[in-house]
Design a protein around this ligand. Structure first.
Ligand code: ATP
Length: 462
């Protein structure tokens, strides 16, 4: 195990080198806070989403899925409070005119000084005073403007008509589509409280902080759940505990993240949104600090009530057993898939200095490829043919890749960085007895295995 400290730059460079993530539009000079997922990254991102969906939607009888639009009726965002209050405190460098989050500059200043400052509790005026009192400057060393609130919603327009009517927003969270479809779900399914609706999809925020790679981007994917319940018959404290356990289990067991890199952080009273009774963040220890990965909040009946008030539609639930009409309460576990992705890479990264290699120790559910198949030599048709047959057979049940370039050692190193758990080599002995050499990514050990045993071996790293 290496002693060198892992940095964000190391992961960024691995991502680019191996095709996990590329900066967007580089042929035109790039686009801030925007990244594309390459062939390996797409597989990993998809696996995370599929595992989330399977665990929280498919395998649970109290959950259903939804896929609502990115552009919803603009009133949605008035009801949710995003139009009025989805704000970040912004300051501008008076010389370069670059904008920064005031809370982020204060936190960076505090970290440098070894002080504890809770920016979540500060008003705009508090931040303005703090910046003046402590003489905080921009990262370029220049004076800053006073903090101003800046709305994070992206605006766009639909149709040919200009003006207020055509203005729509790109959704700032997937959750509001769930609330506005709540009645449809109740009317079209047999779901009875308590039950949840989950959704995975793109959300958009006009973030001003740059340089945090896929941790904070304009466009990102969320996996959100709204879990509806009757507060008179279900204890919200118990539900909160159950969901926290389910979230922890997904991250540690399904994704295989080390527990010591995770912690819960309870929001203070001032930090919490006014409608929320309790909020926790599941945080991961990134090299740039403990950061929010997954939030869970008890949002009471706030959202459905807001939508009922603004739309005039009755969004009450009818319980035939108690004969009561009421607005259900809700617990919301909301995670950013791209943050899970970044966490998975950090957690799996290992520098094996002894063997001079970088290894991504991904379990085979997450690894873009579960195995790589090689013919020992590229210029021996009998080996290539046998390897090709094996490769095609395995493709039916596994994610496998082919490599016949360079020497075997180089192929191993390439697959280690891609996180491929096993490398399978077809050699001359294979032609005689149908066995192959299987090399284990983590131990670098090689064993001889019968082709018929390969499926059970490949399943052993899940
Ligand atoms: P932060 O404080 O980091 O800006 P938040 O508290 O505003 O995040 P939520 O509104 O709770 O975030 O969104 C739910 C989840 O969506 C977050 O836990 C995070 O994983 C993810 N998320 C939010 N904003 C972004 C972003 N700009 N890029 C990537 N993921 C994001």
């Amino acid at each position: 195990m290496s002693e060198t400290t892992l940095t964000l730059d190391t992961i960024i460079s691995l991502c680019k080198r191996r095709g996990f993530v590329y900066p967007t539009s580089t042929i035109y000079g790039g686009l801030a806070n925007s990244y594309d997922y390459g062939p390996l990254g797409t597989e990993l991102l998809r696996s995370i989403k599929n595992l989330w969906w399977r665990e929280f939607i498919t395998k649970r009888t109290d959950m259903v899925g939804l896929d609502s639009q990115i552009m919803l009726h603009p009133q949605t965002w008035v009801a949710s409070g995003h139009v009025g209050a989805f704000n970040d405190p912004l300051v501008e460098d008076k010389v370069t005119h670059k904008r920064y989050r005031a809370d982020h500059l204060i936190e960076a200043w505090a970290e440098k000084k070894g002080q504890e400052v809770e920016t979540a509790n500060m008003s705009l005026a508090d931040m303005a005073n703090f910046i003046v009192d402590q003489k905080i400057k921009s990262p370029d060393g220049n004076e800053l403007t006073e903090p101003k609130a800046f709305n994070l919603l992206f605006e766009t327009a639909i149709g040919a008509v200009s003006g207020e009517k055509a203005k729509v927003y790109l959704r700032g969270e997937t959750a509001q589509g769930i609330f506005s479809d709540f009645k449809h779900v109740v009317d079209s399914t047999r779901m009875k409280l308590p039950f949840g609706v989950g959704q995975v999809g793109k959300s958009f925020r006009n973030e001003v902080t740059t340089g945090q790679f896929v941790f904070r981007t304009f466009e990102f994917e969320q996996a959100e759940i709204e879990y509806f319940f009757d507060p008179e018959t279900t204890s919200w404290e118990q539900l909160m505990e159950d969901w926290k356990t389910a979230m922890w289990s997904f991250v540690t067991k399904t994704l295989g993240i080390k527990e010591e890199n995770l912690r819960w952080r309870k929001h203070s009273d001032k930090e919490r949104s006014h409608y929320s009774k309790d909020t926790y963040d599941l945080e991961y220890h990134f090299p740039f600090g403990w950061k929010e990965l997954w939030g869970i909040a008890y949002r009471t009946d706030y959202d459905l009530k807001q939508h009922q008030n603004l739309s005039g539609e009755n969004l009450e639930y009818f319980d035939p057993q108690t004969n009561r009409h009421f607005i259900p309460h809700v617990i919301e576990p909301a995670v950013g898939v791209n943050r899970l992705f970044l966490m998975v890479l950090f957690d799996a990264y290992r520098e094996d200095t002894e063997r001079g290699r970088v290894v991504l120790e991904l379990n085979s559910r997450l690894a873009p490829y579960e195995a790589a198949v090689f013919p020992l030599l590229k210029n021996k048709p009998e080996l290539v043919e046998k390897a090709d047959q094996l490769f095609k057979d395995l493709l039916n049940d596994f994610k496998v890749t082919w490599d016949d370039r360079g020497n075997i050692g180089k192929r191993y190193l390439y697959q280690d960085e891609a996180g491929t758990p096993f490398c399978i080599t077809v050699d001359f002995q294979t032609l005689e007895d149908n066995t192959v050499t299987v090399r284990d990514r983590d131990t670098a050990e090689q064993v001889r295995v019968a082709i018929s045993e390969l499926p059970s071996m490949l399943r052993s790293k899940q």
